[in-house]
Design a protein around this ligand. Structure first.
Ligand code: NAD
Length: 296
């Protein structure tokens, strides 16, 4: 089995690396934080002294880092020491421009590369049920697929360099907007004396149906597994939703696309985040929507 270097062992990277160990790969891991390194070690990974040390000699390198600047810094250290023809996969959620810059660096050094951001959250990372959205050359994708299959259950090749990141931010812009739409409908229904269950029963089988309603309902009751039933503990934290909406708006500005609802959703999540709710699940936005009563 191939040796895989895994760099970035946080909430997502830790369990993803553990799943590669379970699949039988030799995993050489690296992170700046001792606690994350210790957890990866207890899951069966070898620990390297640096990202470059982990990557040297590995057939595959996976990075799972906070943002574009971290990915570019790590790829600048790692790509030049990798074996020619090896593969590097970035699964972080980052801006499309940085993803394309990272691909160009890999091309320059004769390394195959894929941007492969994920959806499915920490639960999906642990259960190996993530969705991977991939961008890059056909050959690089073909090499990446069998590796990604050990960490996810749906793997989509979206196009060339950066296409995975583009798909990720477009999807999450839909999610951010639709969660606000569903929250507004419940807040209006409350004012009109409509029960949560009645609105759910109608909208979930009518034209208002969407994932934010049927899988992640922002009021307690209709969908027992949604964070609304657990005091809005994440799930998917508001800070991460705000990050993805900001990436979508930066991309919209850079590409000249009009996304007026995406822009408004970003403003609404920014206000909710700034009011001390960074760690609250993003469906908690219904509390913010209710708090606007009489203000508009
Ligand atoms: P996290 O902050 O828990 O983990 C990031 C890790 O990267 C940390 O352990 C940090 O120490 C490490 N790191 C930073 N710089 C490093 C460097 N130079 N070398 C080695 N390690 C370094 O973040 P996370 O929740 O695991 O998210 C990772 C990425 O996945 C982000 O881009 C995020 O937007 C995306 N994502 C997260 C979720 C989620 O639910 N948490 C879901 C989908 C996508």
């Amino acid at each position: 089995m191939a040796t895989i270097a895994f760099i970035g062992l946080g909430n997502m990277g830790g369990p993803m690396a553990a799943n590669l160990v379970k699949a039988g790969y030799k995993v050489v891991a690296s992170d700046l934080v001792e606690a994350s390194r210790a957890q990866a070690k207890s899951a069966g990974a070898d620990i390297a002294e640096s990202a470059a040390a982990a990557a040297r000699g590995a057939e595959v390198v996976v990075t799972m880092l906070p943002a574009g600047k971290h990915v570019l810094a790590v790829w600048n250290d790692v790509v030049p020491v990798m074996t020619k023809g090896a593969l590097i996969i970035d699964s972080s959620t980052i801006d499309v421009e940085s993803a394309r810059t990272a691909h160009a660096l890999a091309v320059k050094h004769g390394i195959a590369s894929i941007d492969a951001p994920v959806s499915g959250g920490t639960g999906g990372a642990k259960a190996a049920t993530l969705t991977f959205m991939c961008g890059g050359e056909d050959g690089a994708f073909a090499k990446a697929r069998p590796i990604l299959e050990n960490m996810g259950k749906k793997i989509v090749h979206c196009g060339g360099a950066g296409a995975g990141q583009a798909a990720k931010i477009c999807n999450n812009m839909i999610l951010g907007i639709s969660m606000i739409a569903v929250s507004e409908a419940f807040a209006l229904g409350e004012k009109l004396g409509l029960s949560h269950q009645a609105l759910f029963d109608v909208a979930s089988t009518s034209s208002g149906q969407c994932w934010s309603l049927t899988s992640y309902c922002p009021v307690p009751g209709p969908v027992p597994a949604s964070p609304a039933n657990n005091d809005y503990r994440p799930g998917f934290a508001t800070a991460l939703m705000l990050k993805d909406l900001t990436l979508s708006q930066d991309a919209a500005k850079a590409s000249g696309a009009a996304t007026p609802l995406g822009q408004h959703a970003q403003e609404i999540y920014k206000a909710f985040d700034a009011a001390g709710n960074s760690g609250v699940d993003f469906s908690g936005i219904i509390q913010h929507v209710r708090s606007l009563t009489g203000k508009s």
